[in-house]
Design a protein around this ligand. Structure first.
Ligand code: SAH
Ligand code: AVI
Length: 321
């Protein structure tokens, strides 16, 4: 059984070939992170979540197992709206807990990837007739304003440490948008990866089976398809470095030979050793994340962590209401 997907993204809001061309010509070449997630990318991310090295998913799930009931008691939510939901596997823990108490619950799964939305639906479709599932395809940077509000208390979910993929300015803009959208009765549950031993962090982005490497290289297949380009993924190596000064993983594709890319009837010359940035993944301290909350009009009501303090879930409300 399939389910309707409501599309709210506007093609024109995505980046143009001209903008991509500029990004690839800058001193630090880059490709927007969202292009990691086509059908294959969404599947590969799921596989990364199950690797031994990628502690983030299982740690967040453990926190949800331990604290879903407290989170729901504080938030009193009748509706859950998850941004960048992926497969919703972890969210299922929260949904099952909510269904114990409620006669009905709405879950809105919002993602740029239709594959993720389909995985989410398949994960949840059989759990209860009391659960109403809505699937929305859109971009959480451009389309938040287009999301409908309801009168019901809503719990926004932004899990998986996806906020870490934004630079500071984007993180504040994104969270400010949400806090302005939040009603007095709404909350936001935000998953944040914390600063820890750098070897643990580095290993999470360099799994021994090379799944992260495939995930990273797949971004080239995605932009080849989207913009009709001729990148050859095999001519690049996966590189995920931990920048300790910035407390962030930087994921690059490093060219292993000289090559030319045809773009807009010109050629981009790529030299052996050139690096294209595909993702940053920031790690926070309690202080650094609280600074962002303050600048975004959010108040931390409670936070929940694991025994090693590897990861935290922050329950927030808007201080603008
Ligand atoms: N929240 C899930 C998935 C995290 S992976 C978890 O914790 O496991 C990041 C998710 O965000 C992916 O499903 C990806 O498709 C989605 N995503 C990435 N960029 C996006 C964008 N610009 N707009 C909406 N969704 C996006
Ligand atoms: C979705 N995001 C938070 C993941 C991360 O850890 O930055 C994506 C990822 N990139 C490499 N591995 C996983």
């Amino acid at each position: 059984m399939s389910h309707d997907i409501k599309e709210i993204s506007n093609k024109e809001d995505s980046i143009s070939l001209k903008e991509l061309n500029l990004m690839l010509r800058k001193k630090q070449k880059s490709i927007p992170t969202k292009f990691l997630y086509d059908d294959l990318g969404s599947k590969l991310f799921e596989d990364i979540s199950n690797t031994e090295e990628y502690y983030l998913t299982r740690t967040e799930k453990k926190i949800l197992n331990n604290y879903s009931s407290s989170i729901l008691n504080v938030s009193g939510a009748k509706e859950l709206l998850e941004l960048g939901s992926g497969s919703s596997k972890k969210t299922k823990v929260l949904i099952l807990e909510a269904l114990k108490e409620k006669d009905n619950l709405t879950y809105i799964s919002f993602d740029i990837s239709t594959k993720a939305l389909k995985m989410s639906y398949n994960e949840l479709k059989n759990i209860s007739s009391k659960l109403d599932i809505k699937l929305v395809q859109g971009d959480f940077i451009n389309d938040i304003e287009k999301l409908q509000s309801t009168k019901e208390p809503r719990l926004y979910l932004f899990l998986g440490s996806t906020l870490g993929n934004f630079d500071n300015e984007t993180a504040i803009k994104f969270l400010t948008n949400i806090s302005q959208k939040m009603k007095k009765t709404d909350f936001l549950l935000l998953g944040i990866d914390k600063i820890k031993n750098k070897d643990v962090i580095k290993a999470a982005y360099n799994d021994k089976n090379g799944i992260t490497e495939k995930f990273n290289k797949n971004i080239l297949n995605v932009i080849n398809k989207e913009y009709n380009l001729n990148f050859q993924p095999d001519k690049f190596n996966h590189l995920a470095l931990y920048n300790e000064d910035k407390s962030q993983i930087e994921m690059y594709l490093k060219a292993n030979s000289k090559q030319k890319i045809d773009i807009l009837s010109e050629k981009i010359e790529i030299n052996s050793g050139d690096k294209i940035l595909t993702e940053i993944s920031r790690k926070f301290s309690d202080t650094s994340i609280n600074e962002i909350f303050e600048k975004s009009g959010l108040l931390s009501v409670k936070n929940f962590s694991d025994e090693k303090s590897y990861y935290s879930l922050y329950l927030l409300r808007s201080n603008q209401k």
